[in-house]
Design a protein around this ligand. Structure first.
Ligand SMILES: [Zn+2]
Ligand SMILES: [Zn+2]
Length: 404
């Protein structure tokens, strides 16, 4: 009854808006919004317009609604789903992040006592699980944009708060992604303070008497470690450059040492393993300041195990949890980003976020591109992808099958 009276209260514009968002007709939706007085209303199931846009994973519509003052807490849904529950079901990490930025409470539970993150896990939207679990609020970081105690300047300039926040909540832990983020977010000029801040954040997290989150503590430690590696790389780069220019004022381009770092990370040995990453990450884990905690013991055990997976996989799983074997998704060969848009146009066997990622990987990929192309012509693409580089005898066997 109540539902009937509620739906009959919806006017034509409200009804039409709900229809358009259901069809993901973003431009039609946006045009109509100008005729709406208040975006905060619910349909006959108690779902707000924001909840609908979230369920569609429509980040453009969600942003417009938030800008127009949509209330993230408006929720009369019968099963107590918040917009974040709907976003988690949609699989859109962008929408999850927009709602979290707008202050939605990630711990709200629905009528079956599930948080949004748990709902995401339930339907296999792992990236959403990670986005929600890795989230910390921007205001929680404001502390570091103020000078404390003996400091004359804050560790993080206030103007870089948003950039710093974006850097910290990143879920992709690949060292290349961390380096490229630091570059694109304009954080390269404060690397030393960035490292200090992350170390402080780790320390602070471990000192909490309740609600301590050792996964986050380890993540901050890890991010700080990669930043320290970047600093080391920058120093080496400057030293080399100084030798070359012999005395003259070195013209160091900020991008060049990032490139050096990326190549160091991506350099494979003959077995296709990333030696530098393996060494650095194991060192990082060993230096975690707190030994008496589950995550440290878990990582140490796995490192010591027979046929241990790569260190990056071990750390990623320790921080973000195992993804199980539902993983049909592909990753960028350069920065580990999930579901990248582009493929190598020649072999189509490796994937990249964009041209820049492809360019950065070419020094390694050029050695295997032709081989991968031959394999794909032999109809063996999927096998090659799942097994990594193939040896020539295997390739010959496939080729002989093709000509037989
Ligand atoms: Zn990439
Ligand atoms: Zn290729």
């Amino acid at each position: 009854m109540a539902a009937d009276s509620k739906s009959s209260q919806l006017d034509d514009i409200q009804k039409l808006l709900l229809e358009r968002i259901a069809k993901n007709d973003t431009s039609g939706f946006t045009q109509l919004l100008t005729q709406l007085k208040d975006v905060n209303f619910v349909d006959d199931t108690g779902m707000s317009l924001l909840a609908h846009a979230s369920f569609k994973g429509n980040k453009e519509a969600v942003q417009i609604l938030l800008d127009m003052g949509a209330d993230v807490h408006l929720n009369q849904h019968g099963a107590d789903y918040t917009p974040l529950h709907f976003a988690a079901l949609s699989g859109s990490t962008d929408v999850c992040r927009q709602l979290l930025d707008a202050g939605i409470n990630p711990s709200s539970i629905n009528s079956v006592s599930r948080t949004a993150s748990q709902m995401a896990a339930f339907v296999g939207n792992h990236a959403c699980v990670e986005t929600i679990n890795n989230y910390i609020t921007r205001s929680g970081l404001e502390y570091y944009t103020q000078a404390h105690g003996q400091q004359t300047e804050p560790l993080i300039p206030p103007a870089l708060l948003s950039a710093f926040h974006t850097f910290v909540i990143e879920i992709n832990l690949h060292p290349v992604r961390i380096a490229l983020n630091a570059q694109s977010l304009g954080l390269l000029r404060i690397l030393s303070n960035l490292r200090k801040t992350l170390a402080l954040m780790c320390e602070k997290e471990m000192q909490k008497t309740h609600d301590m989150n050792e996964l986050l503590a380890f993540k901050f430690h890890y991010q700080g470690w990669i930043v320290a590696e970047l600093i080391r790389c920058e120093e080496q780069f400057k030293a080399q450059h100084k030798e070359k220019t012999a005395g003259g004022e070195p013209e160091v381009n900020k991008n060049d040492f990032i490139e050096l770092f990326v190549k160091r990370v991506l350099k494979e040995n003959k077995q296709g393993q990333l030696d530098y990453v393996e060494y650095t990450l194991r060192e990082c884990a060993r230096e975690f300041p707190v030994r008496e905690c589950t995550i440290f013991r878990q990582i140490a055990t796995q490192f010591g195990g027979k046929d241990a997976p790569p260190a990056l996989v071990i750390l990623r799983n320790a921080i973000n949890g195992m993804r199980g074997f539902v993983d049909e998704t592909s990753y960028c060969s350069t920065c580990g980003q999930e579901k990248p848009d582009k493929k190598c146009s020649k072999c189509k066997a490796v994937q990249y976020c964009d041209r820049e990622c492809q360019r950065l990987h070419w020094f390694m990929h050029k050695k295997s591109c032709a081989r991968l192309l031959a394999a794909s012509l032999a109809g063996a693409t999927t096998q090659v992808q799942s097994k990594g580089p193939i040896d020539t005898s295997e390739l010959q066997e496939q080729l002989s099958k093709l000509s037989a």
